[in-house]
Design a protein around this ligand. Structure first.
Ligand code: RB5
Length: 150
């Protein structure tokens, strides 16, 4: 899978570990920074990752900040992005089965390396369940396209 990854200073260390982990699983990873613990602005990094997923250049994205909240907010501004903040494997599974999430957001304050790896493994292999869940995801797309009016 082609995966875009990015983090601010709060997620920098966890990101580097996950880049290695994803590589060991055989994924093609594009790293959009940040490259140090120097404070930086999460919206700019989140946007770089989200636009790669929105455009189809990458299959999935992973974003890490301290809480996962800011990154999730940014990513979900882009049409076609369904970013999910997950702190457990169960949330990760649900976000794929029900919501067809294409970006996983992690908060380094709440998820350590081991937990992040477990969450990631589940998130990467779980398929969208389709059926009534597809209908609902399609409704999200309709809202993005404004076909329902305001
Ligand atoms: C940075 O201090 C922090 O605000 C950021 O990592 C993130 O948690 C934002 O939602």
């Amino acid at each position: 899978m082609k995966i875009a990854i990015g983090a601010d200073h709060g997620g920098f260390e966890l990101k580097n570990k996950l880049v290695q982990f994803l590589g060991s699983l055989g994924h093609e990873v594009s790293d959009f920074g940040t490259d140090s613990k120097e404070p930086c602005d999460y919206p700019l990094i989140g946007y770089e990752v989200a636009k790669r997923v929105a455009s189809g250049e990458c299959d999935r994205g992973i974003l890490i900040c301290k809480t996962s909240i800011g990154m999730t907010m940014v990513a979900n501004k882009l049409s076609g992005v369904r970013a999910a903040s997950c702190r457990s494997t169960e949330e990760a599974r649900s976000s794929r089965e029900h919501n067809d999430s294409n970006i996983l957001s992690l908060g380094s304050r709440f998820v350590d390396e081991k937990a992040a790896e477990e969450i990631l493994k589940v998130w990467l292999v779980t398929e969208h369940a389709g059926g009534r869940h597809k209908r609902r995801v399609d409704q999200i797309s309709d809202i993005e396209k404004n076909v329902r009016g305001r």
